[in-house]
Design a protein around this ligand. Structure first.
Ligand code: SF4
Length: 384
């Protein structure tokens, strides 16, 4: 699928499908193998521009640079936290829209390599309007193209950030948990998954890719047929419709029993475990009643509950559940036979919750933000 948002502008190489690129090369009299060569080269971790593709003739490199952008991302501002283990980028696209991605490094027990998790955005903004989320509060701007989704991963795959990841693409976990509701942009998100999965490109295994949804039931059902190897996470955040209507407003369209039924269909058909995400908000959804309700929803099928202490947005009326409250909630879930983990709170010092850094930089150019931070030792990159 070629899906170009900017009529008249040069498309990025990540947005061009192979037949289109092959036709362009053929029209220039290039041999048939060149399309594969260009695509493979553009995904190499040492390549940051067409000029780096030195196995191509120089005139072809020049022609590629004239016809295509190397990235859909015009500029990125990157800041680091957690002793360098977490980094967050605000990316500016060629039409000025801003999106976010986050890289987190984790030591993997018993494995020779560290795992690198990259959290990416699927939309500029989001229409779901969850009240605890900075992205939801800012509203929806537009869908991201497959190239704009893939280029977020490529930023972290290329210098200077490739060293931060310190892992081959095969060791990346990709999670669609950044800005946007992925299944409200399903066609383009599914295409981006295929591109990320393509062995001729990054070759990231489908089982290392997770699509997280607030509960778009038709999209979950499409995943069963179209992406059965990809992991599904459902952002539940409440165990009763009354509370979920408030916290995840899309619940008014697809209430909890429909979302859970879709999750069970996915799990039943794919034999995969579904992650139920649950942000912990002090005094609101962390009660014993909600915990017992969550046990009932998660019991009897392949699930895993992931508790996430709320990282409050500035001015939020809510705060995260304290550790003691989380421990009580976990105890009720475990007593009910539910597998549960508590996610660590990476990147609090860099506003790593969805949409927060973007909001913080609102009204400032990325260059301005970069210059301010550089005086404090942060780093940045302009990829294209
Ligand atoms: S939490 Fe996710 S689904 Fe809800 S508004 Fe934020 S980005 Fe959208």
């Amino acid at each position: 699928m070629t899906d170009l948002p900017l009529a008249g502008s040069r498309p990025a190489i990540s947005e061009i499908d192979l037949p289109t690129l092959a036709a362009w090369l053929d029209a220039r009299g290039e041999p048939a193998y060149r399309a594969d060569q260009v695509v493979a080269g553009a995904h190499r971790p040492d390549v940051t521009a067409f000029a780096d593709l030195t196995d191509l003739p120089a005139p072809l490199r020049t022609a590629l640079a004239e016809a295509f952008r190397f990235s859909t991302i015009a500029d990125s501002h990157v800041i680091r936290a957690d002793g360098g283990q977490t980094a967050k980028a605000v990316h500016e696209l060629h039409d000025g829209q801003r999106i976010e991605s986050v890289l987190m490094r984790y030591a993997t027990r018993g494995a020779s390599a560290e795992r690198t998790t990259i959290c990416i955005s699927s939309q500029a903004g989001c229409a779901v309007n969850c009240p605890f989320c900075a992205t939801g509060q800012a509203g929806f701007e537009r869908q991201l193209t497959p190239g704009e989704i893939v280029d977020q991963v490529l930023l972290w795959h290329r210098p200077p950030w490739q060293a931060l990841g310190d892992a081959k693409a095969g060791h990346y976990n990709i999670v669609f948990m950044g800005m946007g509701e992925p299944l409200n942009n399903a066609d383009r998100v599914f295409e981006s998954v295929r591109l990320l999965n393509d062995p001729a490109r990054l070759g990231i295994g489908a089982r290392h890719i997770t699509v997280s949804t607030s509960g778009v039931v038709p999209g979950i059902d499409r995943m069963v047929d179209e992406l059965p190897q990809v992991n599904l996470a459902i952002s539940l955040h409440a165990a009763t419709d009354a509370l979920r209507d408030e916290l995840v407003p899309i619940n008014r369209k697809w209430p909890i029993h429909e979302v859970i039924a879709a999750g069970r269909r996915f799990s039943g058909r794919t034999r995969r475990r579904v992650s139920l995400e649950y942000v912990m908000i002090d005094g609101l959804n962390d009660t014993d009643e909600q915990a017992r309700g969550l046990v009932e929803l998660a019991r009897g099928w392949r699930t895993h509950v992931n508790l996430i202490p709320l990282n409050p947005t500035p001015g939020s009326r809510w705060s995260g559940t304290p550790a003691a409250g989380i421990a009580l909630f976990v105890a009720i879930l475990r007593a009910g036979g539910i597998t549960v983990t508590v996610r660590d709170t990476r990147g609090r010092e860099i506003e790593a919750a969805c949409g927060q850094l973007h909001a913080q930089l609102s009204g400032r150019s990325l260059r301005e933000a970069r210059e301010t931070r550089e005086t404090r030792g942060a780093a940045s990159v302009v990829p294209a």
